[in-house]
Design a protein around this ligand. Structure first.
Ligand code: NAP
Length: 268
């Protein structure tokens, strides 16, 4: 049995709203393996939930940070430097696009909404990776969360799909920049998981049902499955993997045609 001990390792986890959050699903096994974690959250309203979730962890660090704000990011990384001294990994599980962008046709996207979605959902990874790499003096790993709408049209996803495309391209450029320093950067493309962010997408319920029904494995994935792959992508389990988008979607992304019944001939 292969086991991994993360005692002495430190990581930053961004984007925990509650225990269903993908960031928390990844954080839990990392903490169980012994890593010391910092959690950044967007607004003070999230702090009580985070305090409760993390009360049994080893000296968790909680820090407010709006990723659209450079001063917040500078302060967060100054705190990490002061408290941890160095950093081994980052889990970036943060995204936002205004609600209307999911409800209206893509062609109606407003300039400000485009900017907001790109800033929070794609640029933030670049801003975080640059600051994090300075603390990764022994190499490290960064994982961000993506979705298939980055490369295929998924109805309703619209602006967020465009932002995820920019995010996945950013992963490759960051991986190239930071590879010589031993810092790996990857995207984890997850199938639908019921979270707060997912609920803000018009039609998510239908998408969730169809993704499970049509996937190769004929089921939806679980948050724990995403958590375990996130764990792998920020630890030595994935050594040598960088610039990659890894799917945890029960095979949905790799299907080229959907038939109602397996084996049915589309020509008849
Ligand atoms: P979630 O629990 O709602 O997490 C999203 C997090 O992003 C929240 O903590 C949210 O904070 C935070 N955030 C938004 N704007 C921010 C800002 N300006 N500064 C700092 N934090 C900000 O939902 P989730 O589904 O776990 O989402 C995590 C990641 O997984 C996202 O990148 C999402 O696109 C991706 N993903 C999700 C699914 C899915 O089906 N759930 C599938 C594939 C990929 P607030 O609560 O304050 O808004």
């Amino acid at each position: 049995m292969y086991s991994i001990d993360l005692a002495g390792k430190t990581g930053l986890v961004m984007g925990v709203t509650n225990r269903r959050s993908i960031a928390w699903q990844i954080a839990e096994p990392l903490a169980q393996a012994g890593a010391r974690l910092a959690f950044s959250y967007q607004g003070e309203r999230l702090r009580p939930t985070l305090e409760k979730l993390t009360e049994k962890l080893d000296r968790p660090l909680l820090a407010e940070c709006d990723v659209a704000n450079d001063a917040d990011l500078d302060e967060l990384f100054a705190t990490l430097r002061a408290e941890f001294g160095r950093l081994d990994f980052v889990v970036h599980a943060v995204a936002y696009a205004p609600k209307e962008t999911f409800a209206e046709p893509f062609r109606k996207v407003r300039r400000d909404d485009w900017r907001t979605a790109m800033d929070v959902s794609a640029y933030s990874l670049v801003a975080v990776a640059d600051r994090a790499a300075e603390l990764m003096d022994e190499g490290g790993a960064i994982v961000t969360l993506s979705y298939l709408a980055a490369e295929r049209v998924v109805p309703h996803y619209n602006m967020m799909g465009v932002a995820k495309a920019a995010l996945e391209a950013s992963v490759r450029y960051l991986a190239y920049d930071l590879g010589p320093a031993g810092v790996r950067v990857n995207a984890l493309s997850a199938g639908p998981v019921r979270t707060v962010a997912a609920r803000s997408i018009a039609g998510f319920g239908d998408m969730y049902g169809e993704a499970g029904r049509l996937s190769m494995m004929k089921r939806n994935i679980t948050g724990e499955e995403v958590g375990r792959m996130g764990f792998a992508l920020v630890t030595d389990l994935s050594g040598g993997v960088t610039g990659e988008t890894v799917y945890v979607d029960a095979g949905f992304h790799a299907i080229g045609m959907f038939l109602d019944e397996p084996g049915e001939d589309p020509a008849t």
